[in-house]
Every structure is written in structure tokens, then in C-alpha cells.
Design a protein around this ligand. Structure first.
Ligand SMILES: NC(=O)c1ccc[n+]([C@@H]2O[C@H](COP(=O)([O-])OP(=O)(O)OC[C@H]3O[C@@H](n4cnc5c(N)ncnc54)[C@H](O)[C@@H]3O)[C@@H](O)[C@H]2O)c1
Length: 258
């Protein structure tokens, strides 16, 4: 038996980067994966790649910040694979700025996707898991939630909220058979990072990539697959005694500097 055989998993933002690696790892471990993604390109492409590799996946078009959109995607998941056993709240967006330079629009946009989006999925999907006798939730936080990063005001605030709502969900639903944990990566080399470099440093991307890599004492960014493996462990029965935890996966960033 594979680690997740017979399980249905929803991965938000599952079309790209970390979410794609999680979707692929889950499918390879036997889960049926519903990819809830805004991108009409990355989402279907990842679902097709999983199917081509012999796994089970569907793309469900979804904006996690809209309750209606989550409900529609959830119906598609239920129709294809039945009720979800695992929810990975991974979809998120980045933002650069301090409290003084972040615009009201940007602050609202980051909170809407990174915090309300997680709430919306929990609000719609948790009741089904509870009805089913239990399930596993994994939230994608960031080291920005646990240490001060320059120029990440709104993003850090949003990931701090993800961090604490993880604890709240774990406490509220323990007796209903729900485990809830979070992962806090340092820099992971995904399209998220490439987009950030393209937007903010179009003339010295390579130099900035190097700079961002060596910030991690291990000397490089994480590979998305490395996050996928931790996610697979935390969402499997192997982690049946783990709940209410946040896991740093950071190449030594938090503890080994200086
Ligand atoms: N890459 C990093 O260095 C890093 C580090 C720490 C935490 N994270 C977190 O990991 C998560 C994934 O990051 P990534 O680097 O893989 O990003 P990515 O940009 O490569 O992928 C994000 C995916 O989320 C989707 N998405 C965005 N907004 C959405 C919405 N409203 N509804 C549904 N889907 C939406 C995008 O279409 C995309 O497919 C994010 O929550 C991010 O904050 C990333």
C-alpha cells in the first residue's frame, strides 16, 4: 500500500512551484489529487502531467479568496474523487514593501489571498472532513512568520496569520479527528522567486539569484520537491501523532547564521 492510497487530497495553488511538487508527491503516493488553482495554464498542465505519469488528478479552476469559487471547485472534486481527506492550503502571493511603502490595495490583496483564501477553504472543506470522521490540514506559512524579514510587511503579516490559525484549527478540531500543521520554508526556487526577480531586478537577476541563494547557510535555495517530501510525510499516517506544529525547512537560515 502506498502512503496515501485511497485518499483524496486538495492542493490549492497546486499548479505551480511548491504546490505542483506536493501534488506530484501525493499522486505518486497513491492519492487522488484535486488541484485548486487560479491559473488556467499551470493547473491543467500539472493535472495532465500527473495523469501521464500514471497518477490521478483533476484541475478545478478556483480563486481561493472567493467562497463561491471554492464551493464550485469542491463540487468538482467530490464528483471526481469523493469527499476530501487532505487539504493543503498552499496558494499564496508575494509582496514587497514596508509599513510605510505598502499601499492599501496591496495590503488588502495579500490578505485576501494569503489569509482569507485559507479561511475560505477551511470554512468550506473542514465540515466535510468532520462529517467523514477526520482529515489532515497542512498550511503553507513561511519563515517570514517567525523572523523579521526586511521589506515584507504585508507578506509577513499574512504568514503570521497562517501560523496562528494553524494552531487555532488544530485546537478546535482535535476531537473531531483533524490534524493541522504548517510548513515554514525559507527561499524555495519556484516561479514565485523567478517572477519576483523579473519584476524587481530585471537588470541583475543572476546576481540577485546568487545573493538570495547564499542567504541560506546551506548555500542554495530549497528545491520544491524537498518541500513536497515533508508535506507528504505530514499528511500521511506516518505523522499520526503530529498536530499543532509548524515546521521550518530552511537550509539552516533560522539557527545557523553568524
Ligand atoms: N518560493 C518561496 O521561496 C516560498 C518560501 C516560503 C513560503 N512560500 C509559500 O509557498 C506557497 C507557494 O509558493 P510558490 O513559490 O510555489 O508560488 P508559485 O507562484 O510558483 O505558485 C503559486 C500558485 O498559486 C496559485 N494562486 C495564486 N493565487 C491564487 C488564488 N487566489 N487562488 C488559487 N490559486 C492561486 C498560482 O496560480 C500558482 O499556481 C505560497 O503560499 C508562498 O507564500 C514560498
Amino acid at each position: 500500500m502506498s502512503q496515501l492510497s485511497g485518499k483524496t487530497a486538495i492542493v490549492t495553488g497546486g499548479g505551480s512551484g511548491i504546490g505542483r511538487s506536493i501534488s506530484e508527491a501525493f499522486a505518486a503516493a497513491g492519492a487522488s489529487v484535486a488541484i485548486f488553482d487560479l491559473s488556467e495554464e499551470a493547473g491543467p498542465e500539472t493535472a495532465s502531467a500527473i495523469e501521464a505519469a500514471g497518477g490521478k488528478a483533476i484541475f478545478a479552476s478556483c480563486d481561493v479568496s472567493s467562497g463561491e469559487s471554492v464551493a464550485t471547485a469542491l463540487s468538482a472534486c467530490q464528483e471526481a474523487f469523493g469527499a476530501p481527506n487532505i487539504l493543503v492550503n498552499n496558494a499564496g502571493i508575494a509582496n514587497i514593501g514596508t509599513a510605510t511603502t505598502t499601499s492599501e490595495e496591496d495590503f488588502d490583496r495579500v490578505m485576501k489571498v494569503n489569509v482569507k483564501g485559507v479561511y475560505m477553504c477551511l470554512h468550506r472543506i473542514l465540515p466535510l472532513m468532520i462529517e467523514n470522521g477526520g482529515g489532515v490540514i497542512l498550511n503553507m506559512s513561511s519563515i517570514a512568520a517567525v523572523t523579521g524579514l526586511k521589506d515584507r510587511f504585508a507578506y509577513s503579516a499574512s504568514k503570521g496569520a497562517v501560523h496562528t490559525l494553524t494552531l487555532a484549527v488544530a485546537a478546535d478540531h482535535l476531537e473531531q479527528g483533524i490534524r493541522c500543521n504548517a510548513i515554514c520554508p525559507a527561499r524555495v526556487h519556484t516561479p514565485f522567486v523567478d517572477g519576483y526577480l523579473e519584476k524587481n531586478y530585471p537588470d541583475n537577476k543572476e546576481e540577485m539569484f546568487q545573493k538570495l541563494s547564499v542567504v541560506q547557510p546551506i548555500g542554495r535555495m530549497a528545491k520544491p520537491e524537498e518541500i513536497g517530501k515533508l508535506a507528504l510525510y505530514l499528511c500521511s499516517e506516518d505523522a499520526s501523532y503530529i498536530t499543532g506544529q509548524t515546521f521550518n525547512i530552511d537550509g539552516g537560515y533560522l539557527n545557523l547564521r553568524g
